[in-house]
Design a protein around this ligand. Structure first.
Ligand SMILES: Cc1cc2nc3c(=O)[nH]c(=O)nc-3n(C[C@H](O)[C@H](O)[C@H](O)COP(=O)(O)OP(=O)(O)OC[C@H]3O[C@@H](n4cnc5c(N)ncnc54)[C@H](O)[C@@H]3O)c2cc1C
Length: 400
C-alpha cells in the first residue's frame, strides 16, 4: 500500500529543503526522504562551519555549465536579497566577509535550524535515515485518477506521488553522504548527463614539484591564477599543501582546468620589480638585491626557495628581466586534482537541455524534477553554489 503525497523530494540538502518549503507553502503534501541521519549536513560543514550562504553580487557569469544561459531564469526569480530576507526574518546574525560573500556570525547550524523551522511551518514531513531502493514510474496510471505517477520504494515502505524532485547533490565528499543516486536516476529515465568532475578542488603537483615545494605546506601568498585560452582570472590567495596547491585562487581556477593545460600563476601581481629597483637607485641587479625584493613580495620561505630553484642567471638587465617575467608567469603542470574527497562541488550533471529552465522539470518525463548540484550548473567559490541551490529549489517548489 502506497503512502500518498503530492510531492516527494529525495535529499534534504539546501535545494531539497528550499523546494519543500515552497511546495509546502502552496498547500502541497510534501515528503522529504533523506539518506543521512540529519538534514543539511553539507550546509553544516560549509564555509568553514559558518556557511557562506549567498553572494550579494551573484550574476550568471559566476556559473558554468554546458549551457551558460540555463541558470539565468532561476537566478533572476530567486535572488540573494530574497534569501537574505529569510535569514533576517529568523534574526540570524551575518556579515559580509569579502567580495559580497555573506557568512553566519555564529554557526552554519543557524541556517539548518531556519530551514527546519520553515519546513515545519509549511507542514513538510522529513524522514531521515531513509534509503531509497527503487523508483519507478507508474506508466499504467488511470487517466482519470492521475495520482501516484512515481512510486518510491525504501527498505520498509512504499510512497507514491505525482511529482518527484531529485535533490541528491553531487559526488563531492562521500563520507557525508554524497552518492551517484541522482545521476543514476536521471539515466534510468533516459536523461543525458554531462560527465561529472571534481571542481573547486585542490591540485596535486607532479612528483618533482612535490619534492621541490611541498615542505612549504602552510605558506600562502596572493597570486593571479589563469589558464591559457580561458578568460577566467582569479586574484586571491594560493596555499601550498602537503601534496600541491590550494587556497581560493587555486580552487577557483581548478573548475576551469581541463587536466592538461598548465596553470599560470602571477606571484607578484601589480609589482614591477625592475622599476622598483631603479627607483631605489640600485643599479646593480644582483641575486642579493633580488632576494631582498622577493622577500618584500613573497613570504620569506617562499622567496628563498624561489631563488634556490630559479637562480638569477647573471647580473645583466636581461637576466633580471627574465627572472621578473618568470615570477609573473609561473607555469605549473599539476598531476591531477585531489578528487571528490576534497572537492567543494561536482561540475557536470543532468544535462540542462533535458530540463525546463523555469521549473527544472524534465521535458520528456512530466512530474520529474532535478534541482541543485545534481544539475549541470556549478558556481564559482563564494556562496554561489548555495544561491543556485536556493534558486533552483525555489523554482521547482513554485511549480508544484
Ligand atoms: C566542504 C564544503 C564546503 C562548502 N562551502 C560552501 C559555501 O560556503 N558556500 C556555497 O555556496 N557552497 C559551498 N559548498 C557547496 C554546497 O555545499 C553545495 O553546492 C550545496 O550543498 C548543494 O546543495 P544540494 O541540495 O544540491 O546538495 P547537498 O547539499 O549535497 O544535499 C544532497 C542531500 O541528498 C542526500 N542524498 C544523497 N543521496 C541520497 C539518496 N539516494 N536518497 C536520499 N537522500 C540522498 C544527501 O545525504 C544530502 O543530504 C561547500 C561544499 C563542501 C563540500
Amino acid at each position: 500500500m502506497n503512502q500518498k503525497y503530492d510531492v516527494i523530494i529525495l535529499g534534504a540538502g539546501a535545494a531539497g529543503l528550499m523546494c519543500a518549503i515552497e511546495a509546502g507553502k502552496r498547500g502541497r503534501r510534501v515528503l522529504v526522504l533523506e539518506r543521512g541521519d540529519r538534514i543539511g549536513k553539507k550546509i553544516l560543514i560549509s564555509g568553514g562551519g559558518r556557511c557562506n550562504f549567498t553572494n550579494l553580487y551573484t550574476s550568471p557569469e559566476n556559473f558554468f555549465s554546458a549551457n551558460r544561459h540555463f541558470a539565468k531564469s532561476a537566478l533572476a526569480r530567486y535572488t540573494p536579497a530574497d534569501f537574505v530576507r529569510l535569514v533576517e526574518k529568523h534574526r540570524i546574525p551575518y556579515h559580509e566577509k569579502k567580495l559580497g560573500q555573506l557568512f553566519c556570525d555564529r554557526a552554519a547550524s543557524d541556517i539548518t535550524t531556519m530551514l527546519d523551522r520553515e519546513c515545519r511551518d509549511a507542514g513538510v514531513e522529513i524522514r531521515p535515515n531513509t534509503r531509497v531502493s527503487k523508483v519507478r514510474k507508474n506508466e499504467a496510471q488511470n487517466e482519470v485518477q492521475k495520482d501516484d505517477q512515481f512510486i518510491v520504494q525504501t527498505e520498509d515502505a512504499r510512497f507514491g506521488a505525482n511529482r518527484l524532485v531529485v535533490a541528491t547533490g553531487g559526488l563531492s565528499i562521500a563520507k557525508i553522504g554524497a552518492t551517484s543516486f541522482g545521476y543514476d536516476l536521471a539515466r534510468q529515465f533516459g536523461l543525458k548527463i554531462e560527465p561529472p568532475r571534481a571542481a573547486l578542488v585542490p591540485l596535486v603537483f607532479s612528483e618533482p614539484d612535490r619534492k621541490r615545494w611541498c615542505d612549504l605546506a602552510g605558506v600562502s601568498t596572493e597570486v593571479i591564477a589563469s589558464i591559457r585560452g580561458s578568460k577566467q582570472m582569479f586574484r586571491e590567495n594560493m596555499l601550498f599543501t602537503h601534496r600541491g596547491i590550494s587556497g581560493p585562487a587555486i580552487l577557483q581556477i581548478s573548475s576551469y582546468w581541463d587536466g592538461k593545460e598548465p596553470i599560470h600563476l602571477d606571484l607578484a601581481p601589480d609589482r614591477d620589480l625592475t622599476a622598483e629597483l631603479r627607483t631605489r637607485g640600485q643599479r646593480d641587479q644582483s641575486s642579493g638585491k633580488l632576494l631582498l625584493l622577493l622577500r618584500d613580495v613573497l613570504p620569506r620561505r617562499l622567496a628563498d626557495r624561489w631563488l634556490e630553484t630559479y637562480p638569477l642567471p647573471g647580473n645583466s638587465d636581461r637576466a633580471f628581466a627574465d627572472a621578473e617575467r618568470q615570477l609573473h608567469a609561473w607555469e605549473v603542470k599539476p598531476e591531477g586534482t585531489e578528487g571528490y574527497g576534497k572537492a567543494e562541488v561536482t561540475a557536470g550533471g543532468v544535462d540542462t537541455g533535458e530540463l525546463s529552465a523555469k521549473t527544472m522539470e524534465a521535458r520528456n518525463v512530466p512530474g520529474l524534477f532535478f534541482i541543485g548540484e545534481v544539475v549541470d550548473v556549478t558556481g564559482q567559490l563564494g556562496g554561489f553554489n548555495f544561491q543556485w541551490a536556493w534558486a533552483s529549489g525555489f523554482c521547482a517548489g513554485q511549480a508544484m
